[in-house]
Design a protein around this ligand. Structure first.
Ligand code: SIN
Length: 485
């Protein structure tokens, strides 16, 4: 049983048009704790009718909201931010229970998520238009920026708090309303956020949350609606492609934060201890379940053994278990299927010649757990090189020259994050400019921040979240041409 200082933050109903409701079907589905397999609660299961009611409510609520001043919207966002910080312990407990990440990491996510709200409260006031010098003396040309309309947000289970705030905050700041479908495995953090938004004074209908056992039905209702003008999705490339197709009929603007396959490149002139620190931080954050996690370690042959030995020594210090227990640094994976997928990649690599120098399945802890695992002798032909691992497994591949490292780094359809460790400044520029990724960590393993643009190229998606660019995804530019002057 989840023990909270404020038990009212644990919600078991849908949040539609400012009310907690049972939903059209009246049915429920269980929310499980991945660390123990036990049921946290049963949640009302939404469907397409609930989704359509939420969309209608959003459309009508935003007519007034878009006319308010940015200052007014910023104040409500700031209040929401303050309430999240006040309730951080409860929010972290909910997040740890439904997602599995260690409590300290869950608190880190709450702060990270709240930072997007604070940031976009400030950015709301900086949605500037332009005055454009005209070719014609009798004309004056201007642009204004306006809220795009109702936004649908579909968020993943790996960051049940931060992926919500980084979509909802810029949308509300811009004057939009949002219908959110959180992942069905981790909806409780989203619902707790909605309760705090309500307490912060967010008017009814501007944020509705519909979630249910049938995610496809809810997703389809969101993409089919012509009232929804924008879809922001974080999740797998496979689902992202499907959603883009579904949005084609109503020509919605989309932002897609999809899968990655991040190279982590270590040159022989790098500070190896720092590279190992960065590797641990990047690879094992959230048990390897982030789309910016280092997925392929490319290490120059002359330092391959030294890097591997030091990496193994540090990875051995990580403690796997229930994230709610003291001292645990790696929680369970989201479910047994996730652990099986990771294991299948490791088994395939071993079958094709890779050597497991650390880790493997953690069956003694339960079907959802996987140990920090390091593989050497990995080759580009193996599945583990080509696919996103989404688990605590680090394949290490040697390279000889900078050209070879670049070729290996870019040998993927994904283009989200990448990492490079070197002390050579000319190489830093050269290599960073040639990497086919939206984000490059240079001598740094943790790159995410509300002040910086997060997003990918190639099949990792489009759009940017956070930073001064993040609000653009929720805005239309209107051109005003004034004649007769
Ligand atoms: C993600 O994995 O989708 C997000 C990771 C981050 O924000 O750092």
């Amino acid at each position: 049983m989840l023990s909270l200082k404020d038990p009212l933050l644990l919600k078991t109903q849908l949040f539609i048009n400012g009310e907690w409701v049972k939903g059209d079907s009246g049915s429920t589905f269980p929310i499980l704790n991945p660390a123990t397999g036990t049921e946290i609660c049963k949640l009302a299961s939404g469907n397409k009718n609930d989704t359509n009611i939420a969309i209608q409510g959003a459309q009508s609520a935003m007519q007034k909201w878009r006319q308010t001043t940015a200052k007014h919207r910023a104040k409500i966002l700031q209040k929401w931010h303050a309430l999240i910080i006040e309730n951080i312990d409860d929010l972290a407990s909910i997040l740890c229970a439904e997602q599995g990440k260690p409590l300290a990491e869950a608190k880190g996510e709450i702060l990270y998520g709240a930072a997007y709200i604070e940031w976009f409260a400030e950015e709301a006031k900086r949605i500037y238009g332009d005055v454009i010098p005209s070719n014609n003396t009798s004309q004056r040309l201007l642009t204004i920026k306006q809220a795009i309309g109702v936004v649908a947000a579909i968020t993943p289970w790996n960051f049940p708090n931060a992926m919500i705030t980084r979509k909802v905050a810029p949308a509300l700041a811009a004057g939009c309303a949002v219908v959110l479908k959180p992942a069905e495995a981790t909806p409780l953090s989203a619902l707790a956020l909605a309760e705090l938004a309500k307490r912060a004074g967010l008017p009814k209908g501007l944020l509705s949350i519909v979630v249910g056992a049938d995610a496809i039905e809810i997703g389809k209702a969101l993409t089919d609606s012509s009232l929804v003008r924008k879809l922001s999705f974080t999740g797998s490339t496979k689902v992202g492609k499907l959603l883009i197709k579904q949005c084609a009929d109503t020509v919605k603007k989309t932002s897609m934060e999809l899968g990655g396959n991040a190279p982590f490149v270590v040159f022989e002139d790098a500070d190896i201890d720092k590279a190992v620190q960065g590797a641990i931080a990047s690879k094992f954050r959230n048990a390897g379940q982030t789309c910016v996690c280092a997925n392929r370690f490319l290490v120059q042959r002359s330092i391959y053994q030294e890097f591997t030995d030091k990496f193994v020594a540090e990875a051995k210090k990580l403690k796997v278990g229930n994230g709610n227990d003291e001292g645990i640094t790696i929680g369970p994976l989201i479910n047994a299927a996730a652990a099986q997928n990771v294991h299948a990649l490791v088994t395939d690599a071993e079958k094709n010649g890779a050597t497991k120098v650390l880790g493997g399945a953690a069956t003694h802890l339960g079907a959802n757990y996987y140990l920090p695992t390091i593989l050497t002798n990995v080759t580009p032909q193996m599945r583990i090189f080509k696919e996103e691992i989404f688990g605590p497994v680090a394949p290490i591949i040697p390279f000889d020259t900078e050209e070879q490292a670049l070729e290996l780094a870019n040998a993927t359809e994904a283009g989200l994050a990448s990492y490079v460790y070197t002390q050579n400044y000319a190489r830093i520029w050269r290599f960073s400019e040639n990497l086919e990724n939206g984000i490059v960590g240079i001598n740094e393993g943790i790159i995410s921040s509300e002040v910086a643009p997060f997003g990918g190229i190639k099949q990792s998606g489009n759009g940017r979240e956070g930073s001064k660019y993040g609000i653009d995804d929720y805005i239309e530019i209107k051109y005003l041409c004034m004649g007769g002057i």
